[in-house]
Design a protein around this ligand. Structure first.
Ligand code: ADP
Ligand code: MG
Length: 296
C-alpha cells in the first residue's frame, strides 16, 4: 500500500518540481581577498550555468576557490565583479531558496533523527505538518534510517549522521542545493555508500544541485555536468556533459564510457596540478597521484 502510494506520488512530485527548479547563472564572477598588504585573486572571471533540475559537480584542486564560489551562491559572500542570478534575480544574501550543506554541518545532538529531519519545516511553519511527516518517512526510508528514526545522533555511525543531514536538508525543497565536499573525511566504503544514497535522493527529487568535490570518481559518478576548475586563481577550464544513464549504479564505474570521462578529466586536472605543484602547493599532489594511478 505504502509502496504503491509512493510510486504514484513520484511523477506528480517531479511535475511539481518542474516549476520550482531554478536556473542559476554565474557570469564573469571574480573575487579577491586582501590579507595585510597582499591582495590575492581567488576567482578569476568564472562563468557557469546550473541547469534546472540538473546535478552539476565542480571539481578542482584544494584552495582553487570552490568554497568561495559556494559562499557567493549561498549569499554569504559577495563577488567583486560579475553577476550571480537565480531565475534572473540577483543573489544578494542568504535565503531559504538556497541551502548549503558543508562537511561540518551537524545534527542537533539533543534531537532524534526524526526531529532533526522535520526541524526546518517545523520552524518555518509554512507547510502542512501532516505532509511533512509523510515526506520525512519517505526520506528516512530513502536514506536507510527507518529503524533509526527515534535514535539520537550519538547513537548513529558517522555515515548515518551524514545521511540524516542530507534528509534534513532535502526536506526543505530548496530551489538550489549547494553541497561543499559533504563526504570529505569519511572512509572510502562509507563514502561510496553515501554517494549512492545521495543519488537516490537526487534522482527522486531532481532539484538544481551544485556539488563540490575534490574526488574524481565521486565527481563523475554523480554528475550530469562536470565542471573543472583551475588551480588558483580559480578559473573554469572545462565543462563536460556526463551522459551516463540514471539511475546510476556502482557497476558504471567499470564501464568504458566512465573510464573515458575519467581519463579526459584527469588529463586536464593533472596539468593543473603539476602547475600548482611547481608553485609549491602540497594539495596538488593528490591529483598527480590520482593521475599516475589511473592505468594501474
Ligand atoms: P577551496 O574550497 O577550493 O579549497 P577556498 O574557496 O576555500 O578554496 O579558498 C580559496 C582561497 O581563498 C584560499 O587561498 C583561501 O586561503 C582564500 N580565502 C578563502 N576565504 C577567505 C577569507 N574569508 N579571507 C581571506 N582569504 C580567504
Ligand atoms: Mg573548500
Amino acid at each position: 500500500m505504502m509502496a504503491a502510494m509512493q510510486d504514484m506520488a513520484t511523477p506528480a512530485r517531479a511535475a511539481a518540481n518542474m516549476e520550482t527548479m531554478a536556473e542559476v547563472r554565474i557570469e564573469g564572477v571574480s573575487k579577491s581577498y586582501t590579507i595585510g598588504p597582499i591582495r590575492e585573486l581567488v576567482l578569476d572571471q568564472c562563468s557557469l550555468t546550473l541547469a534546472p533540475g540538473k546535478l552539476t559537480v565542480l571539481i578542482g584542486p584544494s584552495g582553487c576557490g570552490k568554497s568561495t564560489l559556494i559562499n557567493i551562491l549561498g549569499g554569504y559572500e559577495r563577488a567583486d565583479d560579475g553577476s550571480v542570478t537565480l531565475d534572473g534575480q540577483p543573489i544578494s544574501g542568504p535565503s531559504s531558496d538556497r541551502l548549503v550543506v558543508f562537511q561540518e554541518t551537524a545534527l542537533f545532538p539533543w534531537m532524534t533523527t526524526y526531529q532533526n529531519i522535520v526541524y526546518g519545516p517545523l520552524v518555518q511553519r509554512q507547510r502542512d505538518m501532516k505532509q511533512v511527516e509523510v515526506e520525512a518517512g519517505r526520506l528516512l526510508d530513502k536514506v536507510g534510517l527507518k529503524d533509526f528514526r527515534d535514535k539520537y545522533p550519538s547513537q548513529l555511525s558517522g555515515g548515518m549522521q551524514r545521511r540524516a543531514e542530507l534528509a534534513r536538508a532535502m526536506i526543505n525543497n530548496p530551489r538550489l542545493m549547494l553541497l561543499d565536499e559533504p563526504f570529505r573525511g569519511l572512509d572510502a566504503m562509507t563514502r561510496e555508500l553515501m554517494q549512492e544514497y545521495f543519488l537516490r535522493l537526487y534522482e527522486d527529487k531532481r532539484q538544481t544541485v551544485l556539488f563540490v568535490t575534490s574526488e574524481i570518481d565521486e565527481a563523475i559518478f554523480l554528475a550530469d555536468t562536470l565542471v573543472l576548475m583551475s588551480n588558483k586563481p580559480g578559473r573554469i577550464i572545462k565543462s563536460m556533459e556526463i551522459t551516463l544513464p540514471r539511475p546510476r549504479v556502482a557497476s558504471l564505474l567499470m564501464s568504458p564510457e566512465y573510464l573515458r570521462y575519467k581519463d579526459e578529466a584527469l588529463e586536464i586536472l593533472h596539468e593543473e596540478a603539476m602547475k600548482a605543484f611547481a608553485g609549491g602547493s602540497q594539495a596538488a599532489a593528490d591529483f598527480v597521484e590520482a593521475y599516475d594511478k589511473r592505468d594501474a
